[in-house]
Write a protein that binds this ligand. Structure first.
Ligand SMILES: Cc1cc2nc3c(=O)[nH]c(=O)nc-3n(C[C@H](O)[C@H](O)[C@H](O)COP(=O)(O)OP(=O)(O)OC[C@H]3O[C@@H](n4cnc5c(N)ncnc54)[C@H](O)[C@@H]3O)c2cc1C
Length: 210
């Protein structure tokens, strides 16, 4: 059994300083007002900032952000509740973790919120799940789809999630809030900060209480 931490990577191209992305949003927004394009990128940023501050967020829908997330099944289950996003998720029907391409083992996402005693119990529980899963497939001849019920919620899953900036803003507001699950925040706060660095304005106003 392998134990990993959560991680993410941005899959789609983002231009330098997010210039192309913001210019596209400006071009769409200018249609609404019949005004001409800015002559500098600073003005473009001001224009887009104005859209957001006035709540004219539908213009942000002319965008796409694709992110690959490695997380556990429980956090993934929360994320797929967002209805304006597209998803591709590793299947527990077709992925057979006894196969060599999975290292013939399951991978689980570590839980940093357990003390050392609870963490030891957690590891034993994960190992028991893995042993039962292997036995059902390797000795009893069941398919992965029949054995998957014994896999834990902390099983690692890979999820590709695509949404426009408006929806990502909504997702970040909910999923970085203190009311969100700590492991959700562990995943989403660093993603938000990476995006703040790569695409100006769009996520700037979203604050995070640490
Ligand atoms: C802290 C926390 C605890 C939660 N606990 C639970 C729980 O115990 N049980 C549970 O089942 N879920 C729970 N949820 C999930 C929650 O109810 C939402 O399903 C999830 O956050 C998706 O958010 P959403 O519906 O706002 O957004 P999205 O699906 O991302 O949609 C974005 C926005 O579009 C609009 N929208 C989308 N679809 C519709 C529609 N059909 N009608 C009208 N407007 C629409 C809404 O304004 C919505 O906010 C929890 C979420 C959080 C953040």
């Amino acid at each position: 059994m392998r134990i990993e931490n959560q991680s993410f990577s941005i899959m789609n191209y983002i231009s330098k300083d997010g210039r192309d992305e913001l210019r596209l949003i400006e071009r769409a927004g200018r249609i609404c007002y019949g005004s001409s394009m800015s002559s500098s990128f600073d003005e473009t940023k001001q224009f887009v900032k104005g859209l957001i501050s006035r709540g004219h967020e539908s213009v942000l829908e002319h965008s796409l952000l694709v992110v690959k997330l490695n997380t556990n099944r429980a956090i993934a289950n929360e994320l797929v509740r967002h209805r304006h996003a597209g998803y591709s998720q590793e299947s527990t029907r077709y992925a057979n973790f006894t196969k060599e391409r999975f290292g013939a083992e399951i991978t689980v996402i570590d839980n940093p919120y357990l003390d050392s005693v609870a963490h030891g119990e957690w590891i034993r529980a994960m190992e028991t799940c893995e042993e039962t899963y292997h036995r059902m497939i390797m000795e009893d001849g069941y398919k992965a789809q029949d054995a998957r019920g014994v896999l834990p919620l902390d099983l690692k899953t890979t999820l590709v999630m695509s949404a426009n900036y408006r929806e990502w803003r909504h997702i970040f507001k909910l999923r970085t809030d203190k009311a969100a699950h700590p492991q959700m925040r562990d995943l989403m706060i660093p993603l938000l900060f990476e995006l703040k660095g790569r695409i100006p304005v769009i996520f700037d106003d979203l604050g995070v209480e640490l």
